[in-house]
Design a protein around this ligand. Structure first.
Ligand SMILES: [Zn+2]
Length: 400
């Protein structure tokens, strides 16, 4: 008879498998001895769990290339090269970036498709992702099985089913994106998330936010959004729509915003504001934005003034965010990271002036710590989550 509330051995084993696989996924190859020390489980338990993960096809053990100490060398446990993978996708205003990502976070293959006004519609984007999924499947080891799909969208995404309520910069309104993609990929579990939320998860697990349990990730390019981690957990709000700092109103008499309001943060710190202030009349593109930054480095006065102006508004916006959330770190990503790099003194001065002293003294402003797109890395993390929570499901995936 099992007492109510008692942990059954099967649940304990799954929990421990999850711990070991999560450790290897996040921190890479380790010896059994290191796993024993880090996870606080005894040696024989770690041995049994590693054997189970090997049997499940998730990790492999090999001898280290170099022997560091005399005596019996400890085997190194690493994600298996032909183990399971996930499809991670970042849908942005100018491109779709799709990647096959292995356990451990390694990008095995990726493909980028430029989006134009014509190809930016939901049906066209679904088609691109489906084509990418097929192509990526031919680029990875033969035995690898896809165990999840995660997609980042720059908009208001309902967490429960991937319904995109609004993605203003893509021109999407009320799109059953989760359902469309699920059908196109013939996959029941497709996770659609907001780019800011997924970026925050990525920075927290693998980037500049690893040391912090309270952080705000601000992602700024054409649009400006944020993801919030509080007490180590994402803050998404009732429907999943929290974090839209781009639409905090800074000036009621400011320019009208496509969200329906006026004078939003996005109108002052988004790429369009930067391009206009820098006198770059060319149509919006990431190349045009990069050109402004290189003009700043070359000492061009108008470009310097433009970055300075955006930095002032960025400081004002971040002061509000810091007052509301009292984070340990604000991590800036996207092209706003470059504004932060060039205008850090201005942003910091504005924070000194406007953030409440107590909250201000707790916070550091950092740049994104990830080489590839934070949203893409976050999409891969959420796609792996079911497997990481229950590694024994790998058997089912391989059997299908
Ligand atoms: Zn707005």
């Amino acid at each position: 008879v099992t007492r109510p509330g008692a942990v059954r051995p099967e649940e304990m084993r799954r929990h421990n498998l999850s711990l070991v696989l999560g450790e290897i996924h996040l921190h890479g190859a380790q010896s059994r001895a290191e796993l024993t020390a880090v996870l606080g489980l005894n040696r024989s338990t770690i041995g049994a769990l590693v054997s189970d993960l090997v049997d499940l096809g998730l990790v492999a053990e090999h001898l280290p290339a170099q022997r560091i100490r005399a005596g019996r060398p400890s085997h190194v446990v690493a994600p298996r090269g032909d183990g399971p993978y996930v499809l991670a996708v970042e849908v942005a205003v100018g491109r779709v970036l799709s990647a096959a990502v292995g356990l451990g976070g390694e990008i095995l293959a990726q493909r980028e498709t430029r989006l134009t006004t014509r190809s930016r519609g939901p049906k066209s984007v679904v088609k691109i992702i489906a084509a990418d999924a097929s192509w990526l499947a031919t680029q990875i080891p033969l035995n690898s099985v896809r165990v999840g799909v995660g997609v980042s969208v720059p908009g208001l995404v309902r967490e429960s089913d991937g319904f995109v309520n609004q993605a203003p910069n893509l021109g999407w309104r009320k799109v059953e994106f989760g359902a469309l993609l699920s059908t196109a990929l013939d996959e029941t579990d497709v996770y659609i998330g907001n780019d800011g939320d997924l970026g925050a998860i990525a920075e927290h697990r693998r980037g500049a936010g690893r040391r912090f349990e309270h952080l705000v990730y601000v992602n700024g390019s054409v649009g400006v959004g944020a993801g919030i981690i509080s007490n180590g957990r994402p803050v998404r709000g009732a429907g999943g729509y929290a974090g839209e700092i781009g639409h905090i109103m800074l000036n009621p008499d400011g320019p009208s915003c496509h969200c329906g309001s006026t004078g939003c943060v996005e109108s002052y710190v988004g790429e369009s504001a930067l391009l206009v202030a820098a006198g770059a009349s060319a149509t919006h593109s990431s190349d045009a934005v990069a050109e402004v930054f290189s003009r700043v480095r070359a000492g061009d006065q108008q470009a310097c003034d433009a970055v300075e102006t955006v930095a002032v508004w960025l400081g004002r916006a971040l002061a509000g965010v810091i007052n509301v959330f009292n984070p340990q770190a604000v991590i800036v990503g996207g092209s706003l990271a470059e504004v932060m790099r060039l205008g850090a003194a201005t942003v910091e001065a504005e924070l000194d002036r406007r953030a409440m002293a107590a909250a201000r003294s707790d916070v550091v402003i950092l740049l994104s710590g990830l080489d590839s797109s934070s949203s893409l890395v976050g999409a891969a993390e959420v796609a792996f989550q079911p497997l990481l929570s229950a590694p024994d499901m790998a058997q089912l995936a391989a059997a299908n």
